[in-house]
Design a protein around this ligand. Sequence first.
Ligand code: ADP
Ligand code: MG
Length: 549
Amino acid sequence: MTTETLEFQAEARQLLQLMVHSIYSNKDIFLRELISNASDALDKRRLAGLTDDRLRAEDPHIAVEADKDARTLTVRDNGIGMTRDDVVGLIGTIARSGTAETLRRMKERAKEKEGEKNAESAELIGQFGVGFYSVFMVADKVTLLTRRAGEETGVRWESDGGGTYTVETVEDAPEGTSVTVHLRPADEEDALHDYVDEWKIREIVKRYSDFIAFPIRMGDDTLNSMKALWARPRSEVADEEYREFYRHISHDWTDPLETIRMRAEGTFEYEALLFLPARAPHDLFQRDARHGIQLYVKRVFIMDDTRELLPSHLRFVKGVVDAADLSLNISREILQQDRHIQLIRRRLAKKVLSTVKDLMTNDADKYRTFWREFGPAVKEGLLDASEDHRAILDIASFATTVGDEPTSLADYISRMKDGQDKLYFMTGESRAQVENSPHLEAFKAKEYEVLLLTDPVDEIWVDAVGAYDGKEFQSVARGAVDLPAGEDEELSEEKSGTYAGLLTWLGETLDDVKDVRLTTRLTSSPACLVSDADGISPALEKMYKAMGQ
Ligand code: ADP
Ligand code: MG
């Protein structure tokens, strides 16, 4: 069979460049990435085997082999394997959404800040994880041999990390995948990085991959304990182990903001280990964004992306739920109906919100990070009639006309002026735009604090929700807003009489305007446009227009 030479997709090439030039100081992680992929492949094969006996693997495991003379390190699995199309599509391409965007931003920042380039890049790229390509930090050539379970022939893929790779069909590949890393010449001074050293390999596996659920073997030894992290008492798990586990399931290299453990005993038992990430993924607002929860049944992986376990406004939460009493064959269709799953979902959602509330009181920095990254998504829950609006509003915070820091509604209420019974807000596209609005003048002049709502979703929930803590939300841009007026500001009959002619003329001349009236709401602008009390606000009007309605 002939060997074909193909080009890496442009973005893949850029990412490879970064790897070859080692943007990370910690090269050890290439091994964790290879093991993580092998573990994913074994999970997939186990699932496939549930419906097709022939796909079942005998003794599913991962093997690591080092050859000191050849200076190669091989990671082998008997997982699902790949077809030729898979290899070209998955290894030759970066399909993950947001990668192109990340690379673009990386270049931009690198230009802005020469010198800080490496740290910045590492941080940015960590948002989606580097995966397979990280082998090129240590390799001058990589050979991948794979055969998809159930297929007749296999594929050999090879590349030196330059612009191209080769693929050829092979007849005798075992089922599963092996990745052989041809290590760069040893760095004499850097024994720390000798990846053919048995103890080095043991150490890396122990540190990064101990929880992997399949045995990782070197010779006859199993290197990992395979203990499910969520099943171990918190006191026995090091923070670093939680962080590694988070990286494994989230493919995010930034440490999580918060770790949440839950355990329910009794008629329906489950354990959950959840993480609040420290930053929003690129696809947070894309319709097909993945949800972050994996479902296990008694330590056995069942599925990724389990949308049934958390409402969609908490889709960014990562973690594992291990339920004791579900069938291993449970399907997504059944999950949707399952009463216990619905119960778990409610409990998890409550727990996540209450954890954020705790952060709000005990760790203001973490809370601020959380709300900045995920607030716009969490607020979507206010549009869903079945959700706990109160708990969401309790943890919300908003920019206001007072100060630079966002404020909670409780704090806003504690600062309300005597006689104020409404929560004043103004919506718009940006803080700057809203703050300069003539609608705010009277409120500023009389020192009424106004919430400045600038996320697209704000416009909608604020109408749907109506009130918080018995106080109504009142838009300052809509209808007549009666601020308690001072004596001298009372619009006298006499004044109205004086301007009657002008008002009538304006009303007749301005076709699109319903009504023209005198107001106390302005202090320096001569006039402003106001929506009907029950009319839609300008921002909504704009949104509908954009949607073509
Ligand atoms: P990720 O694991 O985040 O998807 P990677 O770069 O690590 O990204 O891997 C890319 C893809 O290549 C994987 O999603 C998987 O489909 C495929 N792949 C990598 N290694 C293996 C393997 N050992 N067995 C089967 N498929 C693999
Ligand atoms: Mg991977």
